[in-house]
Design a protein around this ligand. Structure first.
Ligand code: LLP
Length: 432
């Protein structure tokens, strides 16, 4: 991926930096982000999600990976950002990200979170449900501001990896169903609100989607819906956000879509469909998270030891685990990994990469072929740039790793490694 290669020492190199040097300098576990690859992923979206006559916006879903540094990179690349909590909003605001390019999601935003969004005049608030309308009205009334809003709807499509289904059941916790009897009255309520300026609609059909059809299908269903809204509510939709979900390669068997052609085709389909329906083409937005950062990140661990069980299973133990990458334990995710200081050694044995947490599910990779390894070797796990750092925890009081951005042979520390002190910072002693 990106700038990764094997250097003359047989070491893994990323962003022009030898991974062994990175480990020496920053210790392990270490998240390493290839800044150029993040930037080229951004450009892939920015350059291909365009079509003459259609206004578009690419919004990075910050839940995938968020710190102050990435906000600058995204800003420079011209993307917008979506946040789903006060914490994400705080981070993005602290980074000085342009406020009008911030979009706020969440199925249960608190009054305080909404107030923070309204006070800061962020670009869009995505309303999740009928009840939230009143809450937002109370807040915007207080601040005497009319807020720009999209309504999140559920188009009844669920896409995961290689499957998608349209169900008549709508049991997702997100959005209001486009099939419910209530939906037009919700639109009317928003339309008539004194404090809300309804701009359009939002949907998101899943994550790590490896087929292109669900995206086209969702676009068509949403345009049909927009047409119905026009007829039923006399409302002209100005904006349509189709969410994220573009899948990436993790390990053998993953066959991601060709993004550039998929993005173009999406817009072409939208163009055709709006003509067919004779509706005005809304501004089209998408919200990729994983596809921007996942393949730009690797995690480096030091191997502490190797164990062969009575049944012959080989474990390689690393100095992190489900605390820095919970995806294997949580979703059965599959990763690729290499021994960063032995890139030219022949893989000879199947091994399972285990972490140091006190539970059996604390596995990073099940059964991969590795060369012979010793304590002190460096394990590199690929494609950890999304939903790793952002989902990390302090379980077993393990420290959250540092994050470095690498580019042109330079490594920039963007998040410090936690210290033991950080772990008890918020604790209050029983007797004080
Ligand atoms: N927009 C909305 C409203 C979302 O809910 C999500 C992801 C995205 C955009 C970005 O989706 P992406 O392009 O990253 O697929 N923790 C899980 C992924 C959860 C995704 C939730 N929503 C994982 O590690 O696989």
């Amino acid at each position: 991926f990106g700038t990764m290669k094997i250097n003359s020492k047989g070491h893994l190199e990323i962003g022009g930096c030898d991974s062994v040097d990175l480990v020496e300098k920053f210790k392990t576990p270490l998240y390493v982000i290839d800044e150029d690859l993040v930037r080229s992923n951004c450009r892939l979206f920015m350059n291909n999600f365009t079509l003459e006559g259609i206004e578009t916006e690419v919004i990075y879903a910050s839940k995938a990976f968020l710190n102050l540094a990435i906000c600058k990179v995204l800003e420079e690349e011209g993307l917008s950002i979506d946040v789903v909590s006060g914490g994400e909003l705080y981070t993005v605001l602290k980074a000085g990200f342009p406020k009008e390019k911030i979009h706020m999601h969440g199925n249960n935003k608190s009054k305080e979170e909404l107030a923070m969004a309204v006070e800061n005049e962020i670009g869009r608030i995505i309303i999740d449900n009928r009840q939230e309308i009143e809450l937002l009205e109370t807040v915007s009334k207080k601040y005497k501001k009319k807020v720009n809003v999209l309504l999140r709807v559920n188009p009844g499509i669920e896409a995961h990896t290689h499957e998608y289904i349209q169900t008549s059941k709508h049991d997702s916790k997100f959005g209001e169903s486009i099939f419910s009897d209530d939906i037009y009255s919700i639109v009317n309520k928003l339309k008539e609100s004194e404090y809300i300026n309804l701009k359009g609609f939002h949907c998101h059909i899943g994550s790590q989607i490896l087929d292109e059809e669900p995206f086209y299908f969702a676009a068509e269903i949403m345009l049909d819906f927009i047409n119905k809204v026009k007829n039923n509510c006399d409302f002209i939709t100005q904006e349509l956000n189709l969410g994220g979900g573009f899948g990436v390669f993790y390990s053998n068997g993953d066959d991601p879509i060709n993004l550039s052609s998929c993005l173009k085709k999406m817009l072409n389909i939208i163009n055709e469909k709006t003509k067919e329906l004779n509706i005005i083409t809304p501004k089209i937005m998408i919200e990729p998270g994983r596809a921007i950062t996942a393949n730009a990140g690797i995690t480096l661990y030091e191997i502490g030891g190797v164990k062969k069980t009575y049944s012959g299973k080989k474990y390689v133990f690393v100095d992190g685990g489900m605390t820095d990458n919970p995806r294997t334990a949580l979703y059965g995710a599959k990763y690729s990994g290499y021994i960063a200081n032995k890139m030219n050694h022949e893989p000879v044995e199947d091994a399972t990469i285990g972490g140091k947490c006190c539970e059996s599910g604390d596995i990073i990779i099940k059964n991969i072929k590795l060369p012979l390894v010793d304590a002190g070797d460096i394990m590199a796990v690929f494609t950890t740039g999304a939903y790793n750092y952002s989902m990390s925890s302090n379980y077993n009081k393990l420290l959250r790793p540092a994050v470095v951005f690498v580019k042109d042979g330079n490594a920039k520390l963007t998040v410090k490694r936690q210290t033991y002190e950080d772990l008890i910072n918020n604790d209050i002693p029983y007797y004080q």
